[in-house]
Design a protein around this ligand. Structure first.
Ligand code: ZN
Length: 190
């Protein structure tokens, strides 16, 4: 049976505290939450063109999405696969793409998403990593009951990464690459 994909744009309203908008990392006026949302909407749009109904945990800045509820939202929507979109932050020279996963059951998805995003954006390949290597140690979105990963598309704090991430052509390339990878690994999406 065709699988359903959840795309989770990181951060946003009520992410950590009720009624507080969490913008994620901000650099040069660009917020992680907004860029993640733009990529999620691109995946939704490209999916629609390809006959796929991608589920988004939030599709507007006003959506209230506590981080601890997101895996359950995806499950309630009938999703089988879960990809959370984030941007990294660090010193100005830090750059590249990396993907976090929890255990062996998630590694196939993480490997596929990492390769897809690296090929689409051509950023430095920082490889897949266990969530214990992330700054948060435990990522609650990875509680999702099914393959799940969290991709840091690039660094909002790096001018080269940031400028390329803001291009519409980058969003469309990432959207097609992620959908292609998921379909190759898991079969058709509904
Ligand atoms: Zn983030």
């Amino acid at each position: 049976m065709a699988k359903r994909l959840c795309i989770d744009p990181g951060h946003g309203l009520g992410n950590v505290s009720p009624n507080v908008y969490d913008p994620g990392a901000i650099s040069a006026g660009v917020s992680e939450a907004d860029v993640a949302l733009a990529y999620a909407l691109a995946i939704k749009f490209v999916g629609f063109e390809r006959g796929i109904d991608v589920f988004l945990t939030r599709d507007e800045r006003s959506d209230i999405t506590p981080v601890r509820a997101r895996d359950e939202m995806a499950t309630a929507a009938g999703c089988d696969l879960f990809i959370s979109l984030h941007l990294n932050a660090g010193v100005a020279s830090a750059n590249g793409t990396e993907t976090f996963y929890r255990d062996a059951a998630d590694k196939k998805l993480a490997d596929g998403v990492q390769a897809a995003v690296v090929s689409a954006l051509q950023f430095r390949d920082r490889k897949v990593k266990l969530e214990s290597q992330s700054q948060h140690r435990r990522l609650s979105v990875l509680d999702f009951q099914g393959p799940a990963c969290l991709v840091e598309l690039g660094f909002v704090t790096n001018v080269g990464n940031r400028e390329k991430l803001l291009l519409r052509s980058s969003r469309l390339a990432v959207a097609h690459a992620i959908l292609d990878a998921v379909i190759r690994l898991y079969g058709p999406l509904s």
